[in-house]
Design a protein around this ligand. Structure first.
Ligand code: NDP
Length: 339
């Protein structure tokens, strides 16, 4: 890794700080001595995922659809680094309001970049891009040079944001990078995501609170990693001498069946006795597999994912069991010992 800037005394602004990645990134930057300022939605309570670090961060409720307020915020906060993590991250719901998706996930990054250009072009900008920009992928595994080919409103909005970032870098000379991240999970993942759905069910079934779990296609495959590893890559990207886009992935595919098997086995259960196939949940299998090639990140950033799949899933199940045992109903609360 080259060009690492000393962190002490630096200020980072994180949009979406109350989300899974935002909460881990905030912890990471605090540990490095950053002053951390987070953007949350107007009127929302302090998100559960950052309650444990609330006293160590500053929060601002600026609307990401309001370019003037974003510029004012940058002038007030004076960050050296901006991490744009805000967005609607659940792909299926993107079909319901693709206009909203385009606004928050697609246009807000362009507004942020414009505000950076007009207030302080020295700010380093990270855009939370996604493997969904490859959509119906034209090759597998995918790398930074794979053609973008999104196939849902989420991927299309992220593709716009991705190219806005590329254009800001190449056309305006900003230090703007896009991290093309594959699925990453943690005990702070929302319950609507398949990983969390399975670990939560394994926990409830093991505690006698439920008996079965309805699932769709168990043969669907994903490239899964740990959010705590992936946010390290975000930070590393902004510490380089030159801005570049990076694929961040485990490079390994696991099936939903693997996920169920590992999660249930961790609690001494046989998934085949509890997982029931619900035909209404079955979706057509992808023709080309979405699996990332993180070679560039490995080479330039020295980045490697530290946590393996089985350990990640076991950790999520443990956190869910702990949460139910302690009567902590909220899924977003940090796991014991966090922060
Ligand atoms: P989360 O859904 O956990 O967090 C997203 C955050 O964005 C939430 O805090 C949410 O706030 C906030 N947000 C949503 N809409 C708005 C809005 N209009 N104004 C301000 N804030 C808003 O996602 P992750 O942390 O998992 O992901 C972070 C980013 O990385 C997202 O952009 C996601 O699309 C992207 N990404 C994630 C991947 C993953 O596997 N996790 C893979 C690839 C990319 P609230 O809590 O109020 O809803």
């Amino acid at each position: 890794m080259t060009g690492v800037v000393p962190a002490l005394g630096r200020t980072a602004l994180i949009t979406g700080i109350g989300g899974q990645d935002g909460s881990y990134l905030a912890e990471h930057l605090l540990d490095k001595g950053y002053r951390v300022v987070g953007v949350v939605r107007r009127g929302s309570a302090v998100p559960a995922r950052i309650a444990h670090i609330r006293s160590r961060i500053e929060l601002s409720d600026v609307d990401l659809l309001d370019e003037g307020r974003i510029a004012d915020l940058l002038l007030a906060v004076r960050p050296q680094e901006v991490y744009n993590l805000a967005g609607h991250s659940f792909v299926p719901s993107s079909w319901e309001r693709s206009d909203l998706m385009a606004d928050v996930t697609g246009l807000a990054p362009a507004r942020l970049l414009e505000a950076i250009r007009t207030t302080d072009p020295a700010i380093r900008f990270y855009q939370a891009s996604t493997s969904e920009i490859f959509g119906n992928a034209l090759e597998s595994p995918q790398s930074e040079t794979t053609p973008v080919n999104p196939r849902n409103p989420y991927g299309a909005a992220k593709a716009f944001a991705h190219f806005s970032t590329v254009n800001a870098r190449e056309g305006l000379g900003l230090f703007a990078v896009s991290g093309i991240l594959y699925n990453h999970e943690s005990p702070r993942r929302g319950l609507e995501f398949v990983s969390r759905k399975v670990t939560d069910a394994a926990a409830r079934i093991s505690l006698g609170m439920a008996d079965s779990l309805a699932m769709g296609n168990l043969d669907a495959q994903r490239d899964w990693g740990f959010a705590g590893d992936y946010i390290r890559a975000m930070w590393l990207m902004l510490q380089q001498d030159a801005p570049r886009d990076y694929v961040i992935a485990s490079g390994t595919l696991h099936s939903v069946r693997d996920l169920c098997r590992v999660a249930f086995a961790h609690m001494g259960l046989d998934y085949e006795r509890h997982v029931k196939i619900d035909p209404s949940l079955v979706r057509p299998a992808e023709t080309v597999r979405l699996v990332g090639d993180p070679s560039r990140a490995r080479r330039d950033l020295g980045w490697e994912p530290a946590m393996l799949f089985d350990h990640l899933i076991a950790m999520m199940v443990d956190a869910d069991v702990e949460r139910y045992r302690n009567g902590r109903a909220h899924v977003g609360q940090p796991e014991p010992g966090a922060g």
